[in-house]
Design a protein around this ligand. Sequence first.
Ligand code: URA
Length: 501
Amino acid sequence: MSFAIALSAPDDFEGWRDAAARLAAAGIPPEAVEWNAGDGADSLFGSAPSPLPDVPPQPIPESFRDLARFAICHADSQRFALLYRLLFRLTSAPGLLSNRADADVSRTHALAKNVSRDRHKMTAFVRFREVAREDQSPAFVSWFEPEHHILRLTAPFFVRRFASQVFSILTPKASAHWDGESLRFGPGASRRDAPDGDRFEALWLTYYASIFNPARLKVDMMKSEMPVKYWKNLPEAALIAPLIRDARARMQGMIAAPTASRAARGPGYLPQVEPAGGLTACRACPLHAMATQVVPGAGPENARMMIVGEQPGDREDLEGQPFVGPSGQLLDEALRRSEIDRSTIYLTNAVKHFHFEPRGKHRLHKTPTRAHVEACSPWLRAEIRRVEPEIILAMGATAARAVLKQEVAVKAMRGRVLSDFEGRKVLITWHPAALLRLTTREEKRAAWAEFLADLRLARDIAQIPLHLPFDGQAPEKPPEAAALSLSLQSDARRPQSPRHT
Ligand code: URA
């Protein structure tokens, strides 16, 4: 007996999942199923849709579901059949997904990875133009040409980012429309339906030219990050050739004036002094006597973002690594939700030794004093100067004081881009431990949303690419956020204008 399954759209994951779960439960072999998603995918003869077997659906493993959700958005015409074959085979070989040498497994991962990349490019290269609505209020429209069926998968990213605006994203095969309250999807559009420029275009081009850093110019890398096929829809692309041409001269100018730019950072500039003997030998305050070991910062020396916490906790003190205890787990979850790869961030603390009070078998965290922070300041400054991040995210009052050298009320100052006394960008946010201490659900939701919004803002300022969930790896299971009693639904982003992402 053969089955013809009609799906409602080329990315109809739910339709595929429900049908596949019943077909697999009924033992229907892959070669007996024909899939039709109305886009030519797998559709052979346009057979009339068959009723599904009347059996309870077979449970689909979570790791496969996550992978399939991405792979199904691929433009490959065989994707539904491939995924059903894999699901069918998983019934008798539950460990199959970890066999990357298997042709079906590796093909599915490749599809998911392509989709993930396309989605990443969309989040980076959608450009909105302002249009006036009938009542003269602004709306924003963009035109984008994805390779795969990623619009439904990616539109929520823009909704989170531009929640308070009205916008449409037009693509050749589908369109998404956000009216400030609900997200709707409609048919495809044409390039002519989207405006060509708007009153902000000149401003954006000036801004783009000003942030173009000739010292960081690597043309091949730039083309791989920003493939040429996207250029036709990017207004700034017209500037790239002249900027590249001028880069050499600008770079020579920068080399000729190093002292001027340092001096321009202001009178607070201090020469770099690392205390003698190295960090492990530091005796500048009494904390070294009680702590197990010093906990230095960790991360790449060319990181674009540095995150500064307060001091190591109990776990960090034992392991010698920052952010490996409960605060670190919460930070990991927030980084994951902000699509930031932890391994690209430099993580450190204002104070490098654990300050605690022994209480029976336990060691209770104590806030470091001003003197502890002062004593550790040369180490932090040395790290900052070594890494020279694009932005420093200071989590909590102690980190903010250490970075900005002044008292800071986190509640009032968080979320704003400030400068340290050497002119670097600094963003203040909540410390994860403060989130863990909150008691009411409302407080937790609000602070968690703010924390995520701050992380994402820092990510965007530092221009850190979104971390791809399927970069050749099976998706990582999120840490137990429920154990941290935080709502997973609460990652609303602080609304901005959807001008450029
Ligand atoms: N809290 C911090 O501020 N830093 C750590 O490394 C761990 C917990």
